[in-house]
Ligand binder design. Structure first.
Ligand SMILES: [Cu+2]
Length: 130
């Protein structure tokens, strides 16, 4: 009787000692919580802007740094998104964009960005990244 009891206890002890991965899982969960709490602006978001009728679907918008803007070409003609930033980001040319395609740009830095189509300069969009 005492012998079988000893065996149960020792099995229980063994289960605690041979499962260090449980500690790693707990540490991982804690780290994930810490990242969530310490991220000041929450998760980055995606915004969609259409190009239709040779216009952007908005003339201005505000986003957070780290957000991505997806530009859809809903026209039957080529567009060419060009993004200019007065600060360190300079100019980004997203290239010739065929109809029914999308290009995206991640705005990493705070600032004011002028988005134009180099083919149709009247297409203008101001993006304020906070
Ligand atoms: Cu265009």
């Amino acid at each position: 009787m005492s012998r079988s009891l000893f065996r149960v206890v020792s099995t229980g002890m063994a289960q605690w000692t041979v499962r260090p991965e449980a500690l790693w899982i707990a540490a991982g969960l804690l780290a994930a919580c810490a990242i969530l709490v310490s991220t000041p602006k929450g998760w980055a978001a995606d915004f969609v802007i259409a190009q239709k009728g040779l216009e952007f679907s908005k003339t201005d918008m505000s986003i957070q740094s780290g957000d991505t803007v997806i530009f859809n070409n809903n026209d039957g003609v080529l567009h060419n998104i060009t993004i200019r930033n007065s600060g360190d980001d300079g100019t980004s040319d997203l290239g010739i964009q065929r109809p029914n395609t999308s290009v995206s740009y991640k705005f990493k830095n705070v600032g004011i960005y002028a988005v134009v189509c180099s083919i149709h300069p009247n297409m203008r969009l101001k993006i304020i990244v906070k």
